[in-house]
Write a protein that binds this ligand. Structure first.
Ligand SMILES: [Zn+2]
Length: 215
């Protein structure tokens, strides 16, 4: 009961804050929503999915190319702690996911990076997708046991070597998993995660990322 009251009060404050300071678009600054429909329509370049998903994955889907408003939205989510932008992104990505799975698992951050950022942007996205798709999220099924350098600036082979054996599975595996991350480049991170999931007994692994970066 006490918790319900606390939640209602918090929601009330949230609504009041939104009324006084309406959310503004992370790309153009227009008031109304965190990612306005104008930016969405103007700058979203839809992705032609490759015919075969990255190794170890049974399917892959992404929302858009990593450019324009989408890149701004991911930047806001990742580096400016604007976590609420995850929901409009998930509302666009969710309807593109047609597979059946048992739970959603975010690509984990290493503990050191998690401490530095305070949250895992992939987990925030996974939770938003869970809301949109009415599916459970298992945020800690995957652990990042190896601290890996940033993948930025690495070529495909270097990326693969960088994330090799970086992940392990904690707790009980389920048969089908949807892996979620913010950006996909070569798919090396998703493949490394999927490999760890498979060796723990997961049989079907799909991947979903908000954007695809072109190298
Ligand atoms: Zn906008």
């Amino acid at each position: 009961m006490e918790q319900t009251v606390r939640l209602l009060v918090r929601q009330g404050w949230y609504d009041l804050l939104n009324l006084v300071f309406p959310p503004t678009c992370v790309n153009c600054g227009r008031a109304g929503s965190l990612l306005c429909s104008i930016c969405w329509e103007e700058s979203v370049t839809l992705v032609n999915e490759p015919t075969s998903p990255p190794p170890e994955l049974d399917g892959i889907v992404s929302l858009a190319a990593h450019t324009g408003a989408i890149r701004e939205a991911i930047h806001a989510l990742k580096y400016e702690a604007i976590k609420d932008v995850a929901l409009p992104l998930a509302e666009q990505l969710g309807p593109r996911i047609a597979w059946s799975f048992d739970t959603i698992v975010p690509v984990p951050l290493h503990a050191a990076r998690l401490q530095e950022r305070g949250y895992n942007q992939a987990q925030v996205l996974a939770e938003a997708l869970g809301k949109v798709l009415h599916c459970s999220v298992t945020p800690h099924m995957l652990q990042r046991k190896k601290f890996t350098a940033s993948q930025v600036g690495l070529n495909a082979e270097e990326r693969q070597a960088n994330v090799k054996d970086a992940f392990s599975v904690q707790g009980e595996a389920v048969p089908r998993v949807l892996l979620v991350d913010d950006v996909r480049t070569t798919g090396a991170t998703l493949t490394a995660c999927a490999k760890a999931l498979r060796s723990a007994g997961v049989t079907t692994i799909y991947g979903a990322t908000v954007s695809v970066a072109v190298q």
